[in-house]
Design a protein around this ligand. Structure first.
Ligand SMILES: Nc1ncnc2c1ncn2[C@@H]1O[C@H](COP(=O)(O)OP(=O)(O)OP(=O)(O)O)[C@@H](O)[C@H]1O
Ligand SMILES: [Mg+2]
Length: 329
């Protein structure tokens, strides 16, 4: 079969990213321009600033990605572009750019779901990985257990009823003064702490999650006792939230009898969570987790997911619009 080169474009939040991936799995270039230093000043992502910065950078990031792959734009076969979920203004920048490239180069446009992208990051890390499997998708905006039935068919078995897990990390970090983005900072702090603080764990029926209670408990605890040891607090938070996650993952394994678990999304970079999931291997469960640099937003994952959609015949026309609350199933 002829090789297929996909150019992926990602601009759903605060990363402007472009990547070229060969046959869905081999990364030829993966350029990411992060806006974190800009948003840090405000303690979180400012949507209007994100859109403006994507406009400023998308052209240069694309040129760099093409150059790093030692290619020319005319050699690209498919343009894969995130069209949701995400911030509407931010999404529209990457999507409009992708449409323009598709039109000018006369190459197919594949609108790509950002969450499918996070899952596909694993196809790049593990060349032999194929569906079906269960994916624990945990990012800044989403937390869900997904039955990945094929490269393009998904069933969400459980999801958060309130905060996403990454949102809980970021809000806790902000309240205890660690800054934005909080996940990596809590991860680092927790490594020097002991989990000696009892925190409430919310139990709800079925495979859904709720993380707002533990977040509020920490906020209250910190307000009442601002001198609480932050390292121990971070370690206790990570332990409690991981236990809540694990309980549902084990239920999903029992329910589906699928013993192949794939992690995805920014929070899957967390060192404590990775270690706890690795322990499941003792029970005969196979665990997959993306390379650290592919956990958070990037365009290689979008190119990979776009490639599999293209193979499945899912091609879009120029009327494709951004969908800020796009779902997986
Ligand atoms: N080491 C870590 N430990 C915990 N959380 C982390 C770590 N690294 C990153 N995160 C968290 O991951 C999130 C960012 O991940 P990601 O880029 O997947 O989310 P997003 O793109 O904002 O949301 P979505 O993918 O749902 O649209 C942030 O909440 C960040 O704090
Ligand atoms: Mg993301």
């Amino acid at each position: 079969m002829k090789d297929i080169y996909t150019l992926g474009i990602e601009s759903s939040c605060d990363e402007t990213a472009v990547s070229i991936v060969k046959n869905g799995r081999e990364v030829l270039s993966n350029v990411i321009n992060t806006q974190i230093p800009i948003h840090t000043l405000y303690g979180g992502v400012v949507p209007e600033l994100a859109s403006r910065n994507h406009i400023d950078n998308i052209s240069a990031v694309t040129k760099m990605a093409v150059k790093e792959a030692n290619m020319e734009l005319k050699d690209i076969d498919v343009i894969a572009c995130t069209y949701g979920p995400g911030l509407v203004g931010a999404l529209l920048v990457g999507l409009s750019y992708g449409k323009a490239l598709s039109y000018a180069l006369n190459k197919p446009l594949v609108g790509t779901n950002h969450i499918e992208g996070h899952i596909a990051a694993n196809y790049i890390t593990y060349k032999e990985l194929e569906p079906p499997f269960l994916c624990v998708m945990m990012s800044g905006g989403n937390t869900q257990i997904v039955h990945v039935k094929s490269y393009t068919e998904f069933e969400v078995l459980g999801r958060t009823k309130d905060d996403a897990i990454g949102e809980a990390f970021d809000k806790v970090a902000r309240v205890i003064g660690l800054g934005y983005p909080g996940g990596p900072k809590i991860d680092k702090m927790a490594q020097n702490g002991i989990s000696n603080i009892e925190l409430p764990k919310t139990h709800i029926d079925g495979l859904d999650f709720s993380f707002s209670g533990i977040k509020t408990a920490i906020i209250n605890l910190h307000h009442k006792n601002p001198d609480v040891n932050k390292e121990n607090l971070c370690a206790s938070f990570e332990k409690a939230i991981t236990e809540m996650l694990m309980e549902k993952v084990k239920m999903a394994i029992d329910k589906t009898n699928i013993k192949k678990i794939v992690l995805a999304g920014g929070v899957s970079a967390n060192s404590y969570i990775r270690k706890e999931f690795e322990k499941l291997e003792e029970d005969g469960i196979k665990i997959y987790m993306p390379d650290l640099k592919l956990c958070t937003d990037n365009a290689a994952m979008i190119a990979s997911a776009g490639y599999y959609n293209y193979l499945a015949g899912k091609v879009d026309d120029l009327s494709l619009n951004a969908i800020p609350n796009l779902k997986l199933d």
